[in-house]
Unconditional design. Structure first.
Length: 623
């Protein structure tokens, strides 16, 4: 297919790289089109475009934090949970009545602005039992937005952090994606002190989105709320399950899609794109041996797509054209799609899938993907989607995860899907829920389509409505984020990952039910640092490798220097000891000389006299 050319006078290389990856190339009108399948690896094409572009790559912009804890992106723990919602207490992101609810919320916040807004809450930690003027300001702040009743701000309760205050703070935290503690910490204080005018602007930006997304939802539907990093399944206006999700990082935003689901692929293959074969797989094959590497990576090689399987050791990989071979990763192990893939019609070529890196769901900030959506406890989601069709129930789903058998199931009575961009939505409590504008789309008129990275525009717009679909190779390459690192760890990942899909059994499926056991610890690996960087570029990779090599060299030099110093010190000590022994011996010999009477001093031993040869023995010896 040919990539579309946009008449843009000047576009940064980063935008061009994005469009290449999502099926678009935005270039100057004078630049010729590039056709897929030309044999040019994506890495070389990106390098060529970057060298020909003007300007420098923009720095990835940091966003408002939406997670607990401190530190850099991904350091905080997840503030939301995954599981089946059994108590009906969760307010949906989206319903058929959401437009009316949004209008009511908008009117409420407009009235707050007209009345002078809400008070600022002084800094300092506040919890149940706290008293004072700061608590009075907190109670008033919660009352104005609708979280507390009027009596909580009057009389004896005015300056007291009561149970009602604790409940109000907990609901405020839940509706802002914060850790629900019922106490006022720094993150909660920061959200409390966002001006009401800013909240009103956020609501207005989401009015047209809510209106569009809520059309033709049907009785069963699923919503992926990108800013919230969550997925929600809904039956008749009531939330059935919620799932933590990994969505597109700011440099590779997840597009907004409105479509029914189409097919579930259990244990899908992952087709390695030529660029990854060239950059990651072939160098490893030539270093460690083709067959060995293919076994470790659980891959097979074919002579073209649909061609016969090739013996890896029968090819001189230093002299081949990688496009002539099809590298396919088999189900299981560290397959980039893990145990399942959920497809739907999309011009943007994205899909939902499981992941071999489930530890990332424990992070509070989960903007890690290249546009596709990764699902925590995907078995619950698939069970809800299929509703037991063709005998595929929870036990069958778990069995497929264990056996790694391939199965493609077309969805009957397919639910509607909304991959939505909601930074505000109405709740059943009458207040609004908010999330950070991660892609900076509020105020741009964005409703559907492909957002551009923050700070980037095409023809004055922050988004594209009709991109050309990505090829299968382009999608697979985009979702191979961290692919190479998956094979640098333990060689038997199946035990670790019988599939996130099979971990959905048991009481911990139900949201809010399971609590950690006494002394139980949850460990999140942070060794794969590259996975936490939004800008995972080739340049950064080279810089990191150089830094690691330099550090190793420096460490080796320091060790060698230290060893030399130890050897020199040991030699010096030995020489000193020898010198001292000789000196002591000399002194001892001097003090052990016979006196005038011919006797040795006390403690001295007489030297052993040499035997005197007897004349007869000497004569016989001479004869």
């Amino acid at each position: 297919m040919a990539f579309q050319v946009f008449p843009v006078a000047r576009v940064s290389w980063k935008v061009l790289a994005l469009f290449l990856a999502v099926g678009l190339v935005a270039t100057a009108a004078s630049m010729g089109t590039a056709s897929a399948g030309s044999g040019e690896p994506a890495s070389k094409m990106l390098k060529r475009i970057k060298q020909g572009a003007n300007g420098t790559a923009p720095v990835e912009k940091k966003v408002s934090r939406n997670w607990s804890g401190t530190g850099e992106a991904g350091a905080g723990k997840a503030t939301t949970e995954t599981g089946i919602v059994s108590d009906g207490s969760v307010s949906p992101f989206l319903t058929a009545d959401s437009p009316a609810g949004m209008d009511a919320a908008l009117a409420r916040y407009e009235q707050i602005v007209a009345s002078g807004g809400w008070p600022s809450v002084p800094s300092g930690k506040m919890t149940k039992g706290s008293t004072g003027k700061a608590v009075a300001a907190l109670n008033q702040r919660l009352f104005v937005e609708g979280y507390l009743r009027k009596e909580a701000t009057e009389g004896e309760f005015r300056e007291t952090f009561t149970s009602a205050t604790e409940d109000a703070v907990s609901r405020f935290q839940r509706y802002h994606g914060l850790a629900v503690t019922g106490s006022v910490d720094n993150a909660t204080l920061r959200e409390l002190n966002v001006p009401v005018g800013q909240r009103l602007a956020t609501l207005r930006a989401n009015v047209p989105r809510i209106a569009e997304y809520s059309k033709d939802l049907g009785e069963r539907y699923m919503v992926v709320n990108v800013p919230a990093m969550q997925i929600e399944t809904v039956n008749n206006g009531r939330v059935y399950s919620r799932h933590n999700a990994i969505v597109g990082r700011p440099s590779r935003p997840t597009p907004v899609v409105m479509t029914p689901l189409t097919i579930v692929r259990f244990n899908p293959y992952w087709n390695a794109p030529p660029s990854i074969v060239e950059k990651d797989i072939l160098p490893r094959m030539m270093s460690s041996g083709p067959s060995k590497v293919m076994r470790e990576m659980n891959m097979k090689i074919f002579k073209g797509v649909g061609g016969p399987e090739v013996n890896p050791d029968s090819v001189n990989w230093r002299r081949v054209r990688v496009d002539d071979y099809h590298f396919r990763q088999e189900p299981g192990g560290s397959n980039a799609m893990a145990t399942a893939k959920i497809e739907f019609n999309s011009p943007h070529g994205i899909y939902l899938h499981d992941t071999p890196e489930p530890q990332l769901f424990a992070h509070g900030q989960r903007f890690y993907s290249s546009g596709c959506v990764r699902v925590e406890k995907v078995a619950i989601l698939i069970d809800w989607i299929l509703q037991g069709q063709d005998g595929i129930d929870r036990s069958r789903i778990s069995e497929l995860a264990e056996t790694k058998d391939r199965l493609d199931e077309t969805i009957a009575n397919a639910p509607q899907l909304r991959v939505a961009y909601l930074t505000a939505w109405p709740t059943r409590d009458g207040v609004a829920a908010f999330r950070p504008d991660i892609y900076e789309m509020d105020g741009t008129g964005f409703v559907v389509g492909q957002p551009l990275p923050p700070g980037e525009k095409i023809a004055g717009q922050r988004y594209v409505l009709k991109p050309i679909a990505r090829s299968a190779a382009a999608v697979d390459e985009a979702e191979a984020f961290g692919f190479a690192s998956l094979f640098r760890g333990p060689r038997n990942p199946d035990k670790q990952e019988a599939g996130a899909i099979s971990r959905s059994r048991g009481d911990d499926d139900t949201l809010f039910k399971r609590k950690p056991k006494a002394g139980e610890k949850t460990t999140v690996s942070d060794k794969k640092g590259g996975l936490f960087n939004w800008t995972s570029t080739k340049t950064e990779g080279k810089t990191k490798r150089k830094a690691v090599a330099a550090s190793a060299k420096k460490k080796k030099l320091a060790t060698a220097t230290k060893d030399d110093s130890k050897k020199k010190a040991a030699k010096s000590v030995k020489a000193d000891e020898k010198k001292k022994a000789a000196s002591d011996k000399k002194q001892a010999n001097a003090s052990c000389k016979a006196g005038s009477d011919g006797k040795l001093p006390a403690g001295c031993k007489a030297a052993v006299k040499k035997p005197v040869a007897k004349p007869e023995k000497t004569a016989s010896a001479a004869n």
